[in-house]
Design a protein. Structure first.
Length: 422
């Protein structure tokens, strides 16, 4: 049984409470539907900067918030914030007794932490720019670059840390304009997880969030780049990183579970995955081979990434394409499917025991206007058959869904010529 309570406040704020009996901890957070997806060329990076400014006690002029955070942290509560392509979130995890204080802190974040000291803003810009430098100088950017190749430099193709010049030159007026148009009750989701009393928790939420004014949220029309493309950044060094990307369905698609299975069998970061066997075990061409899936409200990205010597890039892409063509035609063995089911079931069960992950899962799905349970995800994995995997590959493993991202030193033209399902 998956017990949840879904309610609205009069100002439009959506609230989801999930009761997990017999645990002594809670986790709560608020999700604002504002991320790099909603930015343009001039504002790309500001959602992430705003996250820093709002959560940070040193940039906020709200003394009550500072006192509250001091009390919360002294009682062992962990708190953090995150910006993604579609949302900005703020969340707390700690002992259940601290839930009222954490809900109050979330209300300050959403409603009261919106005035900033200009000198402190300039200091925080430096912090955000250092984070961006770290991002752009590492291979970790390959996941975002894959989405950029598939969807263009707009919508979910926009980089979360954004343009450093935008951050450096950001004015308070621009920052306040984004907050005004996006930090609204109807554009937010509040989630609470733990052994909670629904009535008492709701009373606490109403006490602190009823004051949030019901203001109209900015409108957004989904932008879709017509065709996937190529992202390549030439850089010196011994290693390169390459990623073959495929456009996949949105978060709530019935095909999601099939894509998860395909990704796991082909590129799970273990020695048993097909691509690891072909690229690392049989040929010794690379050490790090992975797959990833990124789901969004209206679309998604599947990627197969390899860190390798640039001289091997063309051969590795050829191997990846050969395997994709093979599985599209023949599917997988029953042993591979059973293994993938066990891997995904194990990951899901471990996630259920991680309260912060559980909270973030519910926050993400609820922001997509759907409500999923981790328990139900396990049931879906168990019912997948080879025929369903082949059907999904027939639908999405197509040349007009195929893109490529690469960073390093290799002949990108040779690599691109290998990218097709023919």
């Amino acid at each position: 049984m998956y017990e949840t309570l879904n309610v609205y406040l009069e100002n439009g704020l959506r609230i989801l409470m999930h009761k997990i009996p017999r645990i002594k901890t809670m986790s709560c957070g608020i999700w604002i539907k504002q991320g790099s997806k909603y930015e343009n060329d001039e504002t790309n990076g500001l959602s992430h900067l705003i996250e820093h400014l709002i959560v940070n006690t040193s940039t906020s002029s709200n003394s009550e918030y500072k006192k509250l955070i001091d009390k919360i942290t002294l009682n062992g509560v962990e708190y953090n914030a995150s910006t993604t392509k579609e949302t900005t979130s703020f969340y707390f995890t700690g002992l259940t007794a601290m839930l009222p204080q954490c809900i109050e802190a979330l209300s300050h974040i959403a409603i009261n932490n919106l005035e900033f000291n200009e000198e402190n803003v300039e200091n925080e810009k430096k912090v955000v720019m250092q984070e961006a430098v770290s991002f752009y100088s590492s291979f970790n950017q390959i996941i975002e670059r894959t989405s950029q190749a598939l969807w263009g430099n707009l919508d979910i193709g926009r980089i979360i840390v954004g343009n450093m010049d935008n951050v450096k030159n950001a004015k308070l007026d621009s920052i306040k304009e984004i907050i005004k148009n996006s930090y609204t009750p109807e554009n937010a989701v509040l989630v609470v997880v733990g052994d909670i009393d629904y009535e008492k928790t709701l009373i606490e939420i109403e006490k602190h969030f009823n004051a949030w004014k019901d203001i109209k949220t900015r409108e957004y029309e989904e932008i879709v780049n017509s065709e996937p493309g190529i992202y390549y950044n030439s850089s010196n060094g011994k290693n390169s990183v390459i990623s073959v990307g495929i456009r996949i369905p949105k978060y709530d698609s019935i095909k999601k579970v099939n894509v998860d299975m395909i990704s796991t069998i082909l590129g799970n970061p273990g020695l048993e995955s097909r691509l690891t066997q072909e690229i690392r075990i049989k040929r010794g061409l690379a050490y790090t081979i992975n797959s990833f899936v990124s789901y969004y409200k209206d679309k998604g990205t599947l990627g197969f990434t390899v860190v390798c010597n640039g001289n091997s890039a063309k051969e590795i892409v050829e191997i990846i394409m050969k395997e994709l063509i093979s599985v599209k035609k023949h599917g997988f063995t029953e042993q591979e499917i059973d293994m993938a089911k066990k891997i995904l079931e194990t990951k899901t069960i471990l996630s259920m025991n991680n309260l912060t992950y559980h909270l973030k899962f519910l926050g993400k799905t609820y922001c997509s206007d759907k409500l999923f349970s981790l328990e139900n995800e396990i049931r879906k994995f168990q019912k997948v058959k080879n025929s369903a995997l082949i059907e999904t590959m027939d639908q999405y493993f197509l040349d007009n869904n195929l893109g490529f991202a690469g960073i390093g030193s290799f002949n990108v033209d040779e690599v691109i010529n290998s990218l097709n399902f023919i």
